[in-house]
Design a protein around this ligand. Structure first.
Ligand code: NAD
Length: 458
């Protein structure tokens, strides 16, 4: 049994039947057997089913948001926002997939035709994280289904109720039940899934798990993609209006209680604006309402995983032992549930875990820098490579710095932003492969090269 808890109270919500090696194998075999028929369903029919799914998400939005908030503690306004954003992503996939799957003749004479067709990869494992189950799930299963793949979806053990809701809506929208199947459980179920002869693995989660899975799959010639963590930096130049930017950056740090892969995790501020930035940033942080995530005005909810509270406390202790100065927070909140205070450190440096290892919670370090060279040096001083951001009035300066960042995404005067039209990809410990954009559709296809020759004399 998998026990689902409410992180804002620590109380049990319900028990779920867990999958096991046998049920995983059976679900895989059914999916494998059904996949070819799904591929042969005309594309427009598959697209109609996904449109129905989108409509059902819209109709059930409030209820789905409540479940999400209940099981992972995301404040209710942010849960609604996630599901609304998912609708836009689905629209993008629906608008762009047909063009990607069309046959293309690339050469033709009287005797010879060279053509490229696109085929699905087959039966795929979609192993997902809990922090944005609708976003990170749909980035994979929507284009995978549209392009004719079968999907074995393992939601995180901390977002299983949402995973089951997604499955129910997809099936009621018309996806055959063997084509999208949810597997319930934690790491052991994920491992069992990887032990089946799947045709591809699309993983979203931590670097630690991602690298373990990559090793496990080393001798399998199948497509693998990893969307992993980040230690995303931001640099505030001296030429911006700090009153306006500081609150926006505080939101980039603390949205979803800091539990976003692209949360701002490190702040570098030009020395001329440093004092004013700290003052304005702290004003914004002090205005955040922490509490019951079901309430409309709550901005900071609990930490989803209880065990992560220890991890956050260790980062605090490590930073303090190395000379960091605490401006606010620093500990768990004395109330039921898994709440951690919004925590701001200054006097930080790169000997501290806080500035090097993913935090994934409401803690931030702010470091003063002398100039652009110093900022760039520290921003790139990480194993991660998801996003990087700069705030300046000078576009040329921004582009020059962002071009030097080894990250999959760069932001000028914005942060913590994802667009379905742009590729989402990490570098180094942030992963490999792409979701979203047309590249995030193509990734679920394999090209077939056709050499077609008419016989001489015919
Ligand atoms: P996690 O690595 O603990 O778990 C991810 C998933 O893998 C879960 O479903 C889990 O049950 C499963 N799993 C765990 N061990 C496994 C194993 N050995 N074999 C197969 N499956 C296994 O990560 P998490 O705590 O769920 O998610 C948080 C992490 O995800 C953070 O690092 C965050 O930055 C990252 N993330 C990245 C993106 C992105 O787009 N780059 C998006 C969301 C989250």
């Amino acid at each position: 049994m998998l026990q689902v808890n409410n992180p804002s109270t620590g109380e049990k919500i319900q028990d779920l039947n867990e999958d096991n090696v046998d049920s995983v194998r059976l679900k895989f075999e059914r999916a494998k057997a059904a996949q070819k028929d799904w591929f042969h369903v005309p594309y427009l029919q598959r697209a109609e089913i996904i449109k129905n799914f989108s409509q059902k998400l819209r109709e059930n939005l409030e209820n789905l948001a409540l479940t999400l908030t209940q099981e992972m503690g995301k404040p209710i306004t942010q849960s609604r926002h996630e599901i609304q954003g998912t609708l836009h992503r689905i629209d993008f996939f629906l608008e762009n997939t047909l063009e990607m799957i069309k046959d293309r003749t690339v050469f033709k004479t009287a005797m010879v035709e060279e053509k490229i067709s696109q085929e699905p990869l087959g039966t795929l494992a979609n192993i997902s994280a809990w922090n944005y189950p609708y976003f990170v799930g749909s980035n994979v299963f929507v284009p995978a289904l549209l392009t004719g793949n079968a999907v074995l979806y393992k939601p995180s053990e901390f977002a299983s109720l949402s995973g089951l809701r997604i499955e129910k809506l997809l099936i009621s929208a018309g996806v055959p039940s063997d084509i999208f199947t949810t597997l319930i459980g934690s790491a052991s179920v994920g491992k069992a899934l990887l032990n089946t002869p799947i045709d591809g693995v699309f993983f979203t989660g931590s670097f630690a798990t991602g690298s373990q899975i990559k090793k496990q799959l080393a001798d399998r010639m199948i497509k693998t993609q990893f969307e992993l963590g980040g230690k995303d930096p931001i640099y505030i130049c001296e030429d911006v209006d700090i009153n306006l930017t500081a609150p926006e950056i505080a939101d980039g740090v603390f949205y979803n209680t800091g539990q976003s892969c692209c949360s701002v995790e490190r702040i570098y501020v030009h020395e001329s604006s440093y004092n004013s930035f700290i003052e304005n940033f702290m004003q914004a942080v002090n205005s955040f309402v922490m509490g019951d995530p079901m309430k409309e005005d709550t901005y900071l909810g609990p930490i989803t995983r209880k065990a992560h509270l220890d991890y956050l406390e260790n980062q605090v202790k490590d930073a303090q032992s190395k000379g960091a100065r605490l401006l606010c927070g620093g500990q768990r909140v004395d109330r039921p549930g898994y709440f951690f205070q919004p925590t701001v450190f200054v006097n930080v440096n790169h000997s501290m875990q806080l500035m090097k290892e993913e935090t994934f919670g409401p803690i931030i370090g702010i470091q003063k820098v002398k100039n652009d060279e110093e900022a760039l040096h520290w921003m790139n001083d990480t194993h991660y490579g998801l996003t990087a951001s700069i705030y300046t009035n000078n576009k040329k300066r921004a582009i020059s710095i962002l071009s030097e960042m080894n990250t999959g995404t760069v932001y000028w005067n914005c942060c913590d932003r994802v667009s379905p039209r742009l590729p989402w990809s990490g570098r180094n410990h942030s992963g490999m492969g792409t979701t979203l954009s047309t590249a995030g559709i193509e990734t679920f296809l394999q090209p077939k090269a056709w050499h077609l020759k008419t016989l001489k004399g015919h």
